[in-house]
Ligand binder design. Structure first.
Ligand code: SAM
Length: 217
């Protein structure tokens, strides 16, 4: 079973995503176990402070090192061999081949979701991987973490089942986008399904699909 722990100030953001569809099925079938760690619980003082102003000046607040270290250490105590993953625009760009690799790895994962203007850089000393979901800035690391988690968990053995096959999906070879698909009815608002797909001729269908698959840019 893959163990995934997430350190976040907003654990409630994960409720809908982790308890629906494939993520729910994956937990139900024992393929994955999620654990949400509220960074606030590791905050300092009566106000449970987790952020502070940056040295050197500048806008916004940064996540303080003490709560982050304590939260990562608590997660590591539960799963000592887990890889610690920091969500950051400065990280390695996430892609399908990484999702495939990480779904095949035995080790658990601990995600750190940044907030505000980011985090005290010293947290990087505890981090194994830094991951970005693209060249844009989101408000926090929660949506990026959910994106990465979803892409990994759906590839865990037994999770996708017959609903779709990861082997023929977009990017499964690292660069090809899936061909266009159609379902019933064959005619809708004057738009027809391509004849070849109705032909029952498997060879021609495979050829058409190969032609229609595109290289990702
Ligand atoms: N000041 C930071 C910068 O300019 O790079 C952006 C901070 S962002 C508002 C807050 C947090 O959201 C980040 O620390 C990170 O954890 C997360 N985040 C935002 N965009 C992301 C992305 N493209 N990939 C991964 N994490 C991201």
């Amino acid at each position: 079973m893959k163990k995934i722990q997430v350190i976040t100030l907003f654990p409630e953001m994960f409720d809908g995503v982790l308890n629906s569809s494939m993520m729910w099925k994956a937990q139900n079938e024992g393929a994955v176990e999620f654990s949400l760690i509220n960074l606030r619980e590791f905050g300092i003082g009566p106000r449970k402070q987790v952020d502070d102003t940056p040295y050197g000046g500048g806008n916004g607040m940064l996540l303080k090192p003490e709560p982050l270290f304590a939260a990562v250490e608590a997660a590591k105590a539960v799963d000592p061999s887990a890889q610690v993953v920091l969500m950051t625009p400065r990280g390695q760009r996430w892609k399908q081949s990484l999702a495939q690799d990480w779904s095949e790895n035995e080790h658990g994962l601990i995600f750190i979701c940044g907030r505000y203007e980011g985090y005290d850089e010293r947290i990087v000393s505890l981090v194994d991987q830094q991951v970005s979901v693209g060249d844009y800035v989101l408000t926090g690391g929660e949506l990026p973490a959910m994106t990465v988690i979803d892409s990994i968990v759906r590839l865990l053995p037994g999770v996708l089942g017959g609903e779709t096959s990861a082997a023929i999906e977009s990017f499964s070879d690292g660069e090809t986008l899936e061909f266009p698909q159609y379902t019933k009815p064959a005619e809708f608002r004057g738009m027809s399904v391509p004849d070849v797909l109705l032909s029952g001729h498997h060879g021609e269908i495979a050829k058409w699909r190969a032609e229609q698959s595109k290289k990702a840019e």
